[in-house]
Write a protein that binds this ligand. Structure first.
Ligand SMILES: Nc1ncnc2c1ncn2[C@@H]1O[C@H](COP(=O)(O)OP(=O)(O)OP(=O)(O)O)[C@@H](O)[C@H]1O
Ligand code: SF4
Length: 269
């Protein structure tokens, strides 16, 4: 590729040890939630950044309790917003005047924004940059994989146990195979509901589909995350009750700690 902006991108990414794309076949399966929780768990032992390229529905500012913050322009580029536990975050949500504004852009404009995020954000030294992507395989995915070709990103796939979500994640796995993006693992989110009274887990949908699919494609299975009503409440809260501030007390914390141990074996290898 002869694009003159590839080199600036590679120069920026020299200081980032690992880039992990968080992908999902369908919307609403909890990709941004999983990105947030992985970042919070990893950040106890690693320097972590999050790039949110979900341009039409950015949720990172809210999930990290950073709503209303803005990005600063310094002489060497955009300075990301520093979130809880030192997580560096960049999202179009920080550039919109009003958080309810919607971005309705065609492909070329989206590509230009993604290029700018990759070439102009001064992340500093990071162990891992998690990239929260929109659902499916859209212009944003093609753009980021094209521009990060020399950086060799990896991927984590998020699915729910229902057949329709699994069918879509199969497409994501094929997408990764075609573009030679190694898959670090599959996460099955909303896998059952744990009763807060008796801790019995009810499988509202089926279970185990994510694990079976991971086995079929020969990629690691990172684990199951149940539906946790407390999580839904916390991600809507800001300030001291924001999820980022209470996640270590959350029922989901041990699950993410285990997943991060699996991911860290790759990151630190
Ligand atoms: N394990 C869980 N327990 C309870 N609520 C969850 C869980 N995972 C996600 N949610 C909730 O589901 C909703 C959708 O999650 P999220 O925004 O992370 O999905 P998404 O896949 O990133 O969506 P999209 O990319 O389509 O915007 C959110 O309200 C979130 O709080
Ligand atoms: S799982 Fe047990 S405690 Fe929870 S609602 Fe059902 S019966 Fe009641």
């Amino acid at each position: 590729m002869t694009d003159e902006r590839i080199d600036p991108i590679q120069a920026r990414f020299k200081r980032i040890r690992h880039v992990i794309l968080v992908l999902s076949g369908k919307g609403g399966v909890g990709k941004s939630s999983i990105t947030t929780q992985l970042a919070l768990s990893l950040s106890s032992s690693h320097k972590v950044g999050i790039l949110d390229i979900d341009l039409t529905g950015p949720s990172m500012p809210r999930m990290l309790g950073l709503d209303g913050q803005g990005v600063h322009q310094a002489s060497n580029g955009w300075v990301p917003v520093r979130g809880p536990q030192g997580i560096e975050c960049m999202s179009i949500g920080f550039l919109l005047q009003n958080k309810n504004d919607s971005v309705v852009w065609r492909g070329p404009k989206k590509n230009a924004m993604i290029k700018q995020f990759l070439a102009d954000v001064e992340w500093g030294d990071l162990d891992v940059l998690l990239v929260d992507t929109p659902p499916g395989t859209s212009d944003e995915h093609l753009a980021i994989t094209e521009y990060l070709r020399g950086v060799h990103p990896h991927a984590v796939l998020v699915t729910t146990p229902q057949g329709v979500a699994l069918a879509d994640v199969r497409k994501e796995l094929s997408f990764c195979r075609k573009l030679k993006i190694p898959v670090l693992g599959v996460v099955e989110n909303m896998s059952g509901f744990v009763c807060s009274h008796c801790t019995e887990c009810t499988h509202v949908f089926s279970t185990g589909g994510g694990e079976a699919m991971a086995a079929e494609f020969g990629v690691p299975f990172l684990g199951r995350v149940p539906i946790d009503p407390q999580f839904t409440v916390s991600v809507e809260s800001q300030g001291k009750d924001a999820y980022a501030n209470v996640f270590e007390q959350s029922n989901l914390y041990p699950i993410f700690r285990d997943m991060c141990t699996k991911l860290a074996s790759h990151i630190d290898a």
